[in-house]
Design a protein. Structure first.
Length: 255
């Protein structure tokens, strides 16, 4: 099936839902003051875009999300490799990290504010912590899921530990690591929404707070829609990386 047909099929459901939403709002079946309408959302998008406010708030949100995701992903990759390759690393670190993973992220916000103040640091750390664990868990799982026969074969050829890691372990763990990255992106966006509603003066979360205080439902839905669109685009980028990086992997693609 051509890529064009798949794109149209992916767009079909969102277009139908948006059309039905606008139809119900126009017919008065639903109250636009409470649920908005596609036309109202588009009008709010145009108003904020023409004043330049939307570009500024979106840029701030993207910076926070990317910075926090980069910090969390790098740390998750590092600890995942350490714990995955070493039984001693697992014994010393994994139980503690798993205990931290079970803590509710939202419950840490007051502590982060107490420890780091009301600046950008607690927001970035919240996003980083949220994106750390999907990477860590999936990298650890991917490394421990490597076929032991491949390891034995590499040792029989007397490969160094560095070559073993580079040629055998990391390629075999890459599919799980990319799955972890997709989860991390979603959690990073979720943490961003929360982080930007805590004493923020910029970002899409701040736009939502201001719109809520003014009763601007269309603006709230517009900001949430932007979160959703950017999240889908980011996930699509990772899926493209998956297809290119895992071309050697023959897997079922659906019937």
């Amino acid at each position: 099936m051509s890529d064009t047909k798949r794109i149209w099929r992916r767009l079909f459901t969102p277009v139908v839902l948006i059309s039905a939403w606008q139809g119900l709002a126009s017919a008065g079946v639903v109250n636009p003051d409470f649920v908005g309408s596609p036309y109202g959302v588009a009008a709010s998008l145009y108003d904020l875009a023409t004043t330049g406010d939307l570009g500024w708030h979106l840029a701030v949100s993207l910076w926070r999300a990317l910075f926090g995701l980069a910090v969390g992903a790098a740390a998750g990759l590092l600890f995942g490799v350490i714990v995955g390759l070493s039984q001693r690393g697992e014994d010393f670190l994994d139980s503690t990290l798993q205990a931290v993973r079970t803590l509710p992220l939202l419950g840490l916000i007051p502590l982060f504010i107490l420890w780091f103040g009301l600046g950008e640091t607690p927001r970035i750390l919240l996003i980083a912590l949220g994106s750390f664990f999907p990477i860590y868990v999936n990298v650890f799982k991917g490394i421990r899921g490597v076929d032991v026969r491949l390891i034995e074969l590499a040792r029989s050829y007397r490969l160094s530990r560095l070559r073993l890691l580079y040629d055998i372990v990391l390629p075999a763990a890459l599919p799980s690591a990319l799955v972890g990255l997709r989860y991390a992106i979603g959690i990073a966006w979720l943490c961003l929404v929360v982080a930007e509603q805590v004493n923020a003066t910029s970002g899409l979360g701040y736009v939502i707070i201001q719109a809520n205080q003014l009763g601007q439902t269309s603006v709230i839905i517009m900001a949430l829609a932007i979160y959703a669109v950017v999240g889908v685009l980011a996930d699509s980028v990772v899926r493209l990386i998956e297809r290119r990086a895992l071309r050697w992997q023959r897997a079922f693609q659906g019937a």
